[in-house]
Design a protein around this ligand. Structure first.
Ligand code: PHE
Length: 330
């Protein structure tokens, strides 16, 4: 029995005057203190055991008094060890403290943003929970477009609220909020209900670009993307524009870059890195801008894809596993 009480005495938290007083009453209180009670009951023990029992109970009492005294001592010595907490602030820290590192997606995103900031783009953001109108309707997706389907899109409320499937709805939000000229890039997280594999995940990141002004041409778009590819992949990077289709741009293109595998040259191939095009007049209509006056281009790229190319990462899922052995390489 005294042993159990000793454990209690040692583990009791004494970090304030109140808890010290509660401790005192609980163990040493004159009327109902546990130790006081044990001392009172010594005469009930068999005479042979009384001496030893008394010795042990007195030890408990001493220990309890020591704990109170040590709290009192801290209380009156505020500069030494945490007075109110009983925590010794002078103890050394735990080493080694592993330094954190920047996530490879953040690295890539920062670099992309820095390039476009150099071209005069500023950064805009928008919500990840979007309305169907911003994500699809205002971007000229017909009502029966397959991308709207439950199979691709995570709907939170049927036919109304969803997790954005791309950063393009921020084009709409920006054009509703600001009068052109606008020149923004939009980094952000997007969601698609796709089968998870080494090359697709249910969420990923994009950087959207939008430039709207008078007299913007496809040549401007080509130039800015060429400079971007060279800044990110080097001056000798090979790229090509390939005609494509998006509901919200017309004409539309995709940009591929040539990816050569130094070890296995015959593995070199064109890899798509982004979609782009001239803002469709129907998008200007949706945000009440006059398509006869305003022109613009937009582009959107997946950050995971670009980070995988740059760092030689083969499985997109590694970005999301938080495996320290992966993360500490960056
Ligand atoms: N939003 C398109 C996508 O997710 C990319 C894109 C953006 C294409 C802007 C053209 C213009 O695939």
């Amino acid at each position: 029995m005294p042993d159990d009480i000793l454990k209690d005495i040692e583990s009791e938290i004494i970090d304030s005057k109140e808890s010290a007083e509660a401790f005192r009453v609980k163990y040493l209180g004159r009327k109902s203190g546990k130790i006081t009670g044990m001392l009172k009951r010594i005469p009930e023990a068999p005479p042979k055991e009384r001496r030893e029992l008394g010795r042990r109970i007195n030890e408990l009492k001493k220990r309890a008094e020591e704990r109170l005294a040590s709290f009192e001592a801290h209380l009156h010595k505020p500069d030494a060890t945490g007075p109110q907490t009983g925590i010794d602030l002078t103890l050394p820290g735990r080493f080694p403290a592993p330094p954190g590192s920047i996530h490879p997606l953040t690295h890539t995103l920062n670099e992309i943003a820095r390039v476009f900031e150099g071209f005069g783009f500023s950064i805009a953001t928008g919500p990840e929970i979007e309305t169907e109108w911003h994500n699809f309707t205002a971007l000229n997706f017909p009502s029966n477009h397959p991308a709207r389907d439950m199979q691709d899109t995570f709907y939170l409320e049927p036919d109304r609220v969803l997790l954005r499937t791309h950063t393009s709805p921020v084009q709409i939000r920006t054009l509703l909020a600001e009068q052109p000229p606008v020149r923004v890039i939009v980094p952000g997280r997007v969601y698609r209900n796709e089968a998870v594999s080494y090359k697709s995940y249910c969420l990923f990141h994009q950087v959207e670009g939008l430039y709207v002004d008078e007299g913007v041409t496809f040549a401007d778009l080509k130039q800015v993307l060429r400079l971007f590819v060279q800044a990110l992949f080097g001056g000798d990077a090979r790229m090509r524009f390939r005609p494509s289709f998006f509901p919200f741009t017309e004409p539309s293109a995709e940009v591929d870059i040539w990816w050569s595998d130094e070890a296995v040259p015959e593995n070199g191939r064109w890899l798509e890195i982004l979609g782009c095009g001239m803002v469709d007049p129907n998008v200007f209509d949706a945000v009440d801008l006059d398509p006869e006056r305003w022109t613009g281009y937009a582009f959107g790229m997946g950050i995971e894809r670009i980070a995988m190319l740059r760092y030689g990462i083969r499985d997109i899922r590694t970005f999301y596993e938080n495996d320290i052995r992966f993360l500490e390489q960056f």
